[in-house]
Design a protein around this ligand. Structure first.
Ligand SMILES: CC(C)(COP(=O)(O)OP(=O)(O)OC[C@H]1O[C@@H](n2cnc3c(N)ncnc32)[C@H](O)[C@@H]1OP(=O)(O)O)[C@@H](O)C(=O)NCCC(=O)NCCS
Length: 223
């Protein structure tokens, strides 16, 4: 199985794969980069080995094969889970995080979340608080990754209103040049121990269809 994945990677990806110090990190890299190639090939005649990627100024990978429709994607990986999102031309971002105890989540939330979100989080405790923390974290990451901007984005100027996994609104501080109506957010129930958030820039009020392909990949994951 790992040989199959390795055979899909480009020379550049293989170099990166060999550079990791810890086997877990190289393993995540290998599986997730093979996954992206495999998923993209579900939508075209390009075989997984033949995908070519370029990178934006902030390192966001994009499909660079000539002559294709504008297929976009984004990838995220963490301990125990890799996920990617694919769209036709729309900006898209995905983030997955394993829910785990972490040092001083309240301190991080005070810096990175809106005042409202920080206040709500402070009223929670234990697992509920951690779940809240990683939900707001992944939503921010998904948005920042969809825009392809870097780590310096002032994420405390975003405020998420989460009514349900698919009813999520975003408010921006006035100095952020963006419109909440242009974005669809979704939390995907991929795994009980992880939070998976997707951000897609839409046109008009209609949500983009989000189709979860997880089960289609069991031969890829286990075979
Ligand atoms: C790279 C970055 C965008 C995501 O990092 P991360 O969460 O550690 O990692 P993820 O597994 O979710 O995503 C990594 C993948 O995103 C893609 N990626 C890299 N740079 C990217 C960028 N600027 N924009 C979008 N996607 C990017 C790559 O496919 C990368 O995979 P690779 O590292 O195996 O090549 C991160 O460095 C970053 O800038 N995050 C936003 C910072 C932030 O403010 N977070 C606070 C949230 S409260």
């Amino acid at each position: 199985m790992l040989d199959v994945c390795m055979a899909l990677l480009s020379d550049r990806e293989l170099q990166q794969y060999r550079r990791f110090r810890f086997p877990d990190d190289s393993h995540h890299y290998l599986i997730s980069h093979a996954l992206v190639r495999y998923v993209l090939s579900k939508y075209t005649d390009i075989s997984p080995r033949d995908w070519v990627f370029s990178e934006s100024d902030h390192g966001r990978p994009e499909v660079a094969n000539p002559g294709l429709p504008p297929i976009r994607f984004n990838l995220s990986h963490t301990r125990g889970l890799a996920a990617c999102v694919v769209t036709l031309s729309r900006d898209c971002g995905i983030d997955v995080e394993k829910i785990h105890a972490r040092h001083n989540p309240a301190g991080v939330a005070k810096r990175m979340f809106s005042e409202d979100e920080y206040g709500q989080m402070q009223r929670l405790s234990g697992h509920e608080q951690l779940e809240y923390f990683f939900t707001r974290w992944t939503l921010r990451e998904a948005y920042v990754k969809a825009r392809g901007i870097g780590i310096s984005f002032p994420t405390h100027k975003l405020n998420f209103i989460v009514e349900s996994d698919s009813d999520i609104k975003i408010d921006f501080d006035p100095d952020i040049q963006d419109d909440g109506g242009d974005w669809q957010f979704q939390l995907l129930p991929v795994s009980t121990g992880h939070i998976t958030a997707v951000a897609i820039r839409r046109e008009g009020a209609e949500n983009i269809v989000t189709r979860l392909l997880g089960n289609d990949f069991s031969p890829f994951i286990h075979g």
